[in-house]
Design a protein around this ligand. Structure first.
Ligand SMILES: Nc1ncnc2c1ncn2[C@@H]1O[C@H](COP(=O)(O)OP(=O)(O)O)[C@@H](O)[C@H]1O
Ligand SMILES: [Mg+2]
Length: 300
């Protein structure tokens, strides 16, 4: 028998929800992803961390083919989305995506934002769509706000509507790209609380985030990316609490300790804005002090 062989793809294992094999992505001459291979399993919460420009958003956008990979293969529940013949629209309905900038329709109410794809794409009757949408708005603490327009809601509320909208499509997994980065610090906690509840219900989640306290508390696995590669991945206790690679250490030092950052650095600016969230225990391992990163949620 030969000793090693290439991994069998797709694995055929129903618990392998996202399989990424040697993913490369270039924009012109700029190679942004330089061979990413990882598998995200059913019910797993994976937080992707790393400096600005390291390719985190591009990775997430390749997973649902908002960006076309240059090479490599991606499977969503063992169906290849990078197959030229793939039914991309159908595969995309398996994935909810939440962006930093909410992307709600400003001329539609919260309820209509949640029902529009249900009635127009999934062809559900209006009454059924509204029932589903209301259930999800209630779930994110906005059951009373269905009639509000995005402009009448705080950023945190708008982001929770965006989550309810994604959940209304009954996705198998959720992709989040820095969902709290555009929010005022006092609104971050409510959104993270909704995400923590989703994780506790067993939703498969891939979350690009700078919220180290959230990653430590909620993630099953943390992926640290830098320069288009996965530098280090593992349990948050290890990757955040006891990083092995010098690049991971340097990144965490900058993000967790705003006094060590250089002016003008995007991560530094972020750290400054979110200083109160970032006072994580830097002694390594252990639990977070109560309330850190999760200002007590006051949903609704
Ligand atoms: N559509 C695009 N066209 C050209 N360059 C892009 C595009 N999207 C991203 N990039 C570049 O790719 C690199 C990685 O970007 P991104 O994936 O957004 O990183 P991150 O999310 O980690 O901050 C950056 O240098 C960025 O400027
Ligand atoms: Mg990004």
């Amino acid at each position: 028998m030969t000793t090693t062989s290439a991994p069998r793809i797709p694995t055929g294992n129903r618990d392998d929800e996202i399989q990424i094999y040697d993913l490369h992505k270039s924009f012109g001459q700029l190679e942004v992803l330089k061979g990413i291979t990882t598998t995200i399993h059913r019910g797993e919460v994976v937080c992707v961390i790393g400096p600005s420009g390291s390719g985190k958003s591009t990775l997430l956008r390749c997973v649902n083919l908002l960006e076309q990979p240059t090479s490599g293969r991606i499977f969503i529940i063992n169906e290849e989305i990078t197959d030229p013949d793939a039914d991309i629209d159908r595969l995309r309905t398996k994935m909810g995506m939440v962006f930093q900038s909410f992307n709600l329709f400003p001329h539609l109410t919260a309820l209509q934002n949640c029902t529009t794809a249900l009635t127009n794409v999934l062809k559900k009757p209006k009454a059924d769509a509204e029932k589903i949408a209301m259930a999800n708005l209630t779930k994110v603490g906005l059951g009373e706000r269905g009639g509000s327009y995005p402009g009448q809601m705080s950023g945190g509320q708008q982001q929770r509507v965006a989550i309810a909208r994604a959940l209304s499509m009954d996705p198998e997994l959720m992709l989040f790209d820095e969902p709290t980065s555009a929010l005022d610090p006092e609104l971050v906690g409510d959104v993270l609380a909704v995400m923590r509840d989703l994780a506790a219900e067993g939703m498969t989640m891939m979350v690009v985030t700078h919220e180290m306290a959230f990653a430590r508390e909620v993630a099953d696995r943390v992926i640290f990316m830098d320069g288009g590669v996965i530098v280090e991945e593992g349990h948050p206790k290890d990757v955040i609490g006891n990083p092995q690679h010098p690049r991971t250490r340097e990144f965490l030092r900058r993000v967790l300790d705003p006094t060590h950052v250089h002016a003008g650095d995007e991560d530094a600016a972020y750290a400054e804005r979110h200083q109160s969230d970032l006072k994580v225990d830097k002694t390594g391992g252990g639990h977070l002090p109560p309330g850190v990163g999760f200002h007590s949620p006051s949903l609704g």
